[in-house]
Design a protein around this ligand. Structure first.
Ligand code: GLY
Length: 345
């Protein structure tokens, strides 16, 4: 990204200013059915003439087939490399739109306007773009920072409570891996009590940006951002594969934060009091996920598929005290099973 994200009520006017200062040859807006309804009207009021493409909302549409629709639409409307694509949506739209922009004619201009808390604090920061493929999440993609990102917390007003919680899990994660004081501020906080997300988003984005700046392509410290996700992804993948069971990404990550903190405590890296603090912050906003003892082995097996692994060894981020993550920690399937058991107890 050329500039830090603009966060707050000045975000959309700042996008308008960018378009005046560096006008694109043509302007395109990619939205989904939710953001076209809830977020596009205030954006449209700020934009010069443009084309809008609305894709179906939902992770199941984060596919190469949808990319084909986007590339075809850009082609029909004669987009050249000086055109600019505005990605207006949650992580599906910003990841997929960013990937389409990075690959169309080897790259056109792209800006992100993330509209969910999850996209504002995580997905739209750090330049990961891509789509799901043959059942694997984010299997096809490239690292490509957008030209700029504009975050208006006013968009969060139309989000369902579960979606807000989903993003909040990443806020907790950022504090746990890198900022003891930020975690202290989350103690006693419940998602339902937050009236102004702006300072929380600013702080959380700053933590993520500092980590990504050290390691944009995830060969080292960026792996810290995987905290909670080894077990979180395993739970998410397992539960989504069960008929009739639904789980949001952030709910699974919240469970993963507790389970991986337990693993850290088991290794003597976290005190019992610190583990209790993590449980307290998570439990204040999340209902516990339910699974049975006889499901644990199958859930744990999903951890072997994590993209961050090397060969058969499971590599996990753990905590060495609150505010200090350590990455590339080898853990066994048996330890993951024990952590799931401890979480569920
Ligand atoms: N969401 C983790 C990362 O951007 O690296």
């Amino acid at each position: 990204m050329n500039t830090p994200p603009i966060i707050g009520p000045a975000a959309l006017p700042a996008l308008a200013e960018l378009l005046r200062e560096a006008p694109p040859s043509r302007l395109f807006v990619l939205a989904d059915t939710n953001t076209a309804r809830d977020c596009y009207p205030p954006l449209r009021a700020q934009l010069p003439p443009h084309e809008l493409l609305t894709i179906a909302a939902g992770e199941e549409h984060k596919t190469l087939a949808t990319c084909t629709d986007v590339w075809a639409w850009l082609t029909v409307h004669h987009a050249d490399r000086h055109a600019l694509l505005v990605c207006l949506g949650g992580g599906v739209v910003t990841d997929l739109g960013g990937f389409c922009a990075a690959t169309y004619k080897r790259g056109l201009r792209c800006v992100g306007v993330p509209t969910t808390l999850l996209a504002q604090v995580d997905a739209a920061v750090g330049g990961k773009t891509g789509v799901d493929f043959q059942g694997f999440k984010n299997h096809i993609g490239v690292f490509q920072e957008p030209e700029a990102v504009f975050m208006d917390p006013a968009f969060l007003a139309t989000l369902p409570a579960g979606e807000l919680r989903s993003g909040y899990a990443e806020v907790i994660k950022h504090a746990l891996i890198a900022d003891t004081a930020a975690f202290a501020e989350l103690r006693g906080l419940r998602v339902s009590d937050v009236s102004d997300w702006t300072p929380i988003i600013r702080h959380s984005v700053a933590i993520k940006e500092a980590i990504v700046a050290q390691d944009p392509h995830e060969s080292g410290p960026r792996k810290l951002l995987n905290f909670g996700h080894t077990i979180g992804h395993a739970l998410e993948s397992y539960l989504l594969a069960q008929p009739g069971r639904v789980v949001r990404h952030g709910e699974a990550v919240a469970a993963g934060l507790v389970a991986e903190s337990w693993l850290s405590a088991e290794r003597g890296l976290l005190t019992a009091d610190e583990l209790a603090q993590v449980r307290g912050v998570v439990n204040a906003s999340f209902e516990p996920l339910r699974f049975a003892e006889n499901e644990i082995a199958e859930i744990a097996a999903y951890a072997l598929h994590d993209k961050k692994n090397r060969g058969d060894s499971i590599k996990c981020t753990l905590l060495q005290g609150i505010g200090h993550g350590i990455f590339d920690q080898a853990v066994t399937i048996a330890e993951i099973s024990d952590a799931l058991r401890a979480y569920a107890a």
